[in-house]
Design a protein around this ligand. Structure first.
Ligand code: HEC
Ligand code: HEC
Length: 246
């Protein structure tokens, strides 16, 4: 009996400590992330809803991200979208006076300053691991990645990949392939290979609107062979050493 009393006393003392140290991943998402991020879906169905979104959707995070990237980024978050999530608020496609008539200007420019650095919740390692596990459980879009596979026989170099992204498909007008080089509309592509699952890349680049019906990325009609090359290129590119503080 004495032992039982001692045990229950101990449980009362220990349990609050346990609860705070072991806040599980789902609770972290609910309490500290859901105010900004959509964790339930569906993606915005109208342009109006799209422009109300201030943070990327996370409800299909498990179909999208590489877990190891999540764990690192959640501890040290840095900007991914150079003009922010609501890029139209921050970019200008009409050249400013200083650049009028200049040959060779091909990208949008930012209104005012570049938006780095990003202010974002930071997690410690244990929290980041727990949140990453909970995010990886969110996989409603398995049908969009089913059957997608990176072909290991495909060979690509940084030069031939860049040619596809720049000249053949013009992805560069909206995306950067190194800090400061490329457009401002979409997320940076020089970290995409480390951030995103290959199967997601194959699926999203092929049909962006399957994931996000109102998103501004057009269907670029990338040929299947080129799609494989582009994804191999993005993975190769993500291994280059870029100064991300740029
Ligand atoms: C105050 C709003 C806010 C809160 C709270 C917040 N985030 Fe974010 N988060 C953002 C914004 C804005 C971005 C976009 C950053 C960028 O693209 O440069 C972002 C980006 C992300 C990304 C990358 C998504 C992508 O598609 O590129 C992940 C993952 C993420 N947040 C996870 C979390 C987690 C986990 C939490 C809770 C611990 C959290 N966020 C809390 C605003 C927030
Ligand atoms: C008209 C502008 C535009 C063009 C052209 C364009 N994209 Fe995008 N892209 C976007 C936008 C906008 C998003 C989604 C932004 C978001 O989720 O916040 C996006 C998203 C992506 C993503 C997902 C990135 C992530 O971090 O979630 C990849 C990968 C991508 N684009 C690759 C490409 C490739 C490869 C091409 C060329 C074949 C291309 N894009 C052409 C605007 C564009």
């Amino acid at each position: 009996m004495k032992r039982l009393i001692l045990f229950s006393l101990l449980a009362v003392i220990v349990s609050p400590a346990l609860a705070s140290a072991g806040e599980d991943g789902a609770a972290i998402l609910k309490n500290r992330c859901a105010s900004c991020h959509d964790l339930k879906g569906p993606a915005p169905q109208t342009i109006r809803e799209l422009w109300k979104r201030d943070a990327p959707d996370l409800f299909y995070a498990g179909n999208k991200f590489r877990r190891e990237w999540l764990v690192e980024w959640l501890q040290k978050p840095v900007r991914i979208r150079p003009a922010g999530v609501n890029y139209l608020r921050n970019i200008n496609s009409t050249p400013p006076k200083s650049q009028k008539g200049k040959a060779g200007r091909k990208f949008d420019v930012l209104w005012g300053e570049v938006l780095r650095p990003l202010k974002h919740v930071k997690l410690n390692r244990a929290e980041a691991e727990a949140a990453a596990d909970a995010l990886m459980d969110l996989r409603p879009h398995y049908e969009l990645v089913a059957g997608k596979k990176l072909d290991s026989k495909v060979k690509v170099t940084l030069d031939s990949g860049e040619l596809l992204i720049d000249k053949v498909y013009g992805c560069l007008s909206c995306h950067q392939i190194e800090p400061g080089y490329g457009g401002y509309t979409g997320p940076e592509l020089y970290t995409a290979g480390a951030r995103l699952q290959p199967e997601f890349l194959l699926s999203y680049i092929d049909r962006p609107k399957n994931w996000d019906p109102k998103i501004w990325m057009p269907n670029m009609h990338v040929k299947p062979d080129d799609l494989q090359k582009i994804v191999h290129y993005l993975i190769l590119l993500s291994k280059e050493d870029f100064d991300a503080s740029n």
